[in-house]
Design a protein around this ligand. Sequence first.
Ligand code: HEC
Length: 407
Amino acid sequence: METHTAEWLSLLARWVHIIAAIMWIGNSMLYNWMDRNLRPGKDHNETKFGELWMLHGGGFYRLEKFRAQSSTLPPLLYWFKWQSYTTWISGFALLILVYFQSRGAFLLNPANDLSYGEGVATALAFLATGWLVYDILWRIPSKGSGIKIVLSLLLLVFAVKFATDTFSGRGAYLMVGAMLATLMSGNVFFHIMVSQRKMMADIESGQDQDMALYTRAKTRSIHNNYITFPVIFTMMSNHFANLYGHPLNWAILLILMCMSALIRHFMNIRFTWKPWFAACVATFLVSGLLLFLVFQFGAKPAHASSAAASATDGPAVTFDEARPIIQNRCLPCHSETPSTDNPMYAALATTTGGVHFDTPEQIKAYAERIKIRAIDQDTMPLGNMTGMTTEERTTLARWLAAGASIH
Ligand code: HEC
């Protein structure tokens, strides 16, 4: 696709995606909050769940939740579905525009022998399989949901490990997020809407509300509520190369997802469970400790450890020796005039956020980030598309360790 067209489309999709997601997740939070704050009103009876008063924008709202009976259907009834569908559709468009463009530069891991076509097919199969496995598991009738919750968590561990083994770190985080978001929209489309339509048909034909349909819709709606925090993290994870670029990126992702879902849980029960805040803080601290252990004692990127270890011993490196490496390995994308050797460079050059290494001053200005991305984390050159060698990383590391002088 022509680069500028792709950029404009990506802006439009991103904008719509964020607005729709805010509306949808905002609703999920609000409805959950309302449910947990219902109180029995004066005229409480067995058809009512409870009622609640709210003040917003200078007006009072009185809300009542009840079981519908054939006689109670109002002429105008609002229900929400397009927030969810719009979020999914715009998200899928972004997946294509960002991750399936540039021959999968952001999606694929250059160390894996996956062709572009195979990578895209695997990504799509990952979304579909995630939904099918989850949906079948939760369709199986059972007394309690304990075992299903444990199985779902095990499946999540498996999915995260599969994604990080298959895709690039950045691609893996995004794909796990896209898969979970697909479960959320799938829940709306295949369960919540279906149950609600059936409920309406029953009531219109003179029957009272079937509580089994209510439970089915509500269970999936609560799943969605728990998935929101983890998904929001994955959707902004592309800003955190230190996380997705880490060799233990799967463990980091699992810790952050479990932490945020637990915090969501404590926030949900906060009205009836006093120590909720302490529990949030404890969850936060334990996760922080686990992350500390991963970063302190976990494996380091293979290139990074050797490059960093040999950065200080050996001869000092001058700018004249370091610059050609940057010119050959980084400039194809990081330049005012990107290389034409590969059409993808020009496309990617528009997404570097204007980080250019054309002049010595520019290189100097970004020295710290160059060290982080190319030496410490090994997340640049992107997908190692320019084929940077370990020796070159070591040379660059020595120049940076000696103060990154450009004179
Ligand atoms: C194939 C294209 C490509 C090559 C080659 C490339 N980069 Fe990048 N670079 C990108 C893209 C795309 C981004 C923006 C996305 C991101 O940050 O991951 C980026 C972002 C960056 C950033 C800014 C973001 C930050 O974390 O500060 C730095 C610094 C960087 N690259 C350093 C390098 C260095 C150093 C090299 C050479 C060793 C290099 N890049 C080679 C495509 C490339």
